[in-house]
Design a protein. Structure first.
Length: 147
């Protein structure tokens, strides 16, 4: 299965709580950073480019590949890539994107453990977050990731 989308994942631990970086899209709810793998572009380069474009994080490195997932949404096959910023990130911030006419994304840290409020999340990102919870051992079902 060949990925056509990349989802760079950024985590932090506060006390004993593992958190994941998410953003609020002004029209489509809570989401993870995700975008298209451009022709000829490596998954690693795509992950870092999308991370910068959608969050404003300009300096980061790829920590590890977590696998690929058939999202079941518009023929999208996502590659999950864990990334680590080279500088600490604030608790929340606003990033103005350049694509789709420009949107102001509110980025913040979301606890990885616990229930996902379906009223806040875009459905495909809700399923993706639940998959990541599975991967990190916070749930007890098959992840659906192909490593």
């Amino acid at each position: 299965m060949t990925a056509n989308k990349v989802c760079p994942l950024v985590f932090r631990r506060v006390d004993q709580i593992l958190e994941i970086l998410v953003f609020e899209h002004p029209l489509a709810g809570y989401q993870l950073v995700k975008g298209t793998i451009e022709p000829g572009e490596s998954i690693e380069l795509s992950a870092l480019r999308e991370l910068e474009e959608e969050s404003g994080i300009k300096s980061a490195h790829v920590t590890r590949h977590l696998g690929v997932w058939n999202s079941g949404f518009e023929d999208q096959i996502w590659a999950f890539v864990e990334c680590t910023p080279n500088q600490p990130c604030p608790d929340s911030w606003i990033h103005q994107t350049a694509d789709d006419g420009g949107h102001a994304f509110r980025l913040f840290w979301h606890p990885l453990v616990g229930h996902v409020n379906v009223n806040e999340w875009h459905p495909v990102f809700q399923r993706a977050l639940e998959l990541i919870q599975d991967l990190y051992g916070n749930r007890n079902s098959d992840t659906g990731l192909y490593l």
